[in-house]
Write a protein that binds this ligand. Structure first.
Ligand SMILES: Nc1ncnc2c1ncn2[C@@H]1O[C@H](COP(=O)(O)OP(=O)(O)OP(=O)(O)O)[C@@H](O)[C@H]1O
Ligand SMILES: [Mg+2]
Length: 300
């Protein structure tokens, strides 16, 4: 008998690790039963693991919190990957259709053919994303199975990652006793979570501004057209403010969140109190002046 299954997603970010546990019923509907989050404490830089033990500890804590909330035991996870090492490339495969109509096996073969690219040993394919199929020169086919034809072509977008980044992420999970079912591009998971079918058809970019990276995905005509990741995020704004205001990182983060903006022209001219460090007394700065420091980085 088919059963309810449990799916666990893990987002290992530069500022925090987040875990979500969902029960998926026989109707395919997912019900979120547990969530957990824990500060990453320097385990990652710009979206990639730089300290296995610190990252593993954050994963352990986030998973434990989600387990407690959902009253479940987590054994395997789907883990998201991002960072500047991710790259996307167009690829193409061609096969001869075996029977008179395209079968699932033909589709599997044409996808294999599209995957057969020369990759350096330090790169790993993470996803093969179908864009369209072409049958006997006729393009724009989304569902080729069952169609008549002799020559089947697939246009795909290959997502590759640095093998070491994938392995280190998996190692962190393994250290917590978790089996990694799959590694999923974070941009893809974000797009899945927030986009409607209409948006995917019309063309849309999803931009996820994190602590250490800004991850971008472009989807049009139903398929992924581009992914990229910039090694700049909200953490850089905090660091800039910390240096410019000569205050602690914690104070700079709080000021950014409370009074920050991308444009100085958009804010009033209130006074912002900046805590002093090493026993120095606090100072004040105009909000407009403070936002100008952020504006420089935003422009970059
Ligand atoms: N209200 C706010 N105003 C401005 N920035 C904010 C606010 N709340 C959070 N941030 C910033 O968002 C960033 C954290 O975002 P997020 O949790 O998505 O990052 P992450 O997933 O841990 O990192 P990454 O995806 O880069 O590896 C931090 O830089 C934080 O300062
Ligand atoms: Mg993130």
């Amino acid at each position: 008998m088919a059963q309810e299954t449990t799916l666990v997603g893990l987002d290992v970010g530069t500022s925090k690790v987040a875990c979500v546990v969902a029960k998926v019923g026989m109707d395919g509907k997912a019900d979120i039963v547990g969530i957990g989050q824990h500060a990453a404490h320097g385990g990652l830089q710009k979206g990639v693991v730089v300290n296995i033990e610190a990252t593993a500890e954050a994963i352990r804590q986030a998973v434990q919190e989600a387990e407690m909330m959902g009253d479940v035991q987590v054994r395997s996870v789907l883990v998201g990957i991002a960072g500047q090492h991710i790259s996307g490339m167009d690829s193409h495969g061609v096969v001869r259709v075996k029977g008179s109509e395209v079968s699932e096996e033909d589709v599997a073969r044409v996808i294999e053919a599209a995957k057969a690219v020369n990759l350096p040993a330090d790169r790993r394919i993470v996803h093969v994303l179908e864009q369209e199929y072409v049958i006997d020169g006729q393009g724009g086919v989304r569902e080729p199975v069952g169609m008549s034809g002799v020559r089947l072509e697939a246009q795909v977008y290959l997502i590759t990652a640095a093998a070491s980044a994938v392995e280190n992420l998996m190692r962190c999970c393994k250290r917590c006793g978790l089996y990694v079912e799959d590694v999923v591009l974070q941009q893809l998971a974000s797009a899945e979570a927030v986009l409607s079918d209409e948006e995917r058809e019309m063309g849309v970019a999803v931009v996820d501004i994190g602590e250490g990276t800004t991850d971008i995905i472009v989807i049009a005509r139903g398929g992924v057209r581009h992914v990229s990741s910039l090694p700049v995020g909200g953490g850089h704004l905090t660091n800039d403010l910390m240096a410019a205001l000569r205050t602690s990182r914690r104070a700079a983060e709080a000021i950014k969140r409370r009074y920050g903006a991308a444009r100085a022209a958009l804010v009033d001219d209130a006074e912002v109190e900046v805590p002093g460090v090493g026993g120095r007394s606090p100072r004040t700065i105009s909000r407009q002046q403070m936002v100008q420091f952020l504006e420089m980085r935003v422009d970059e």
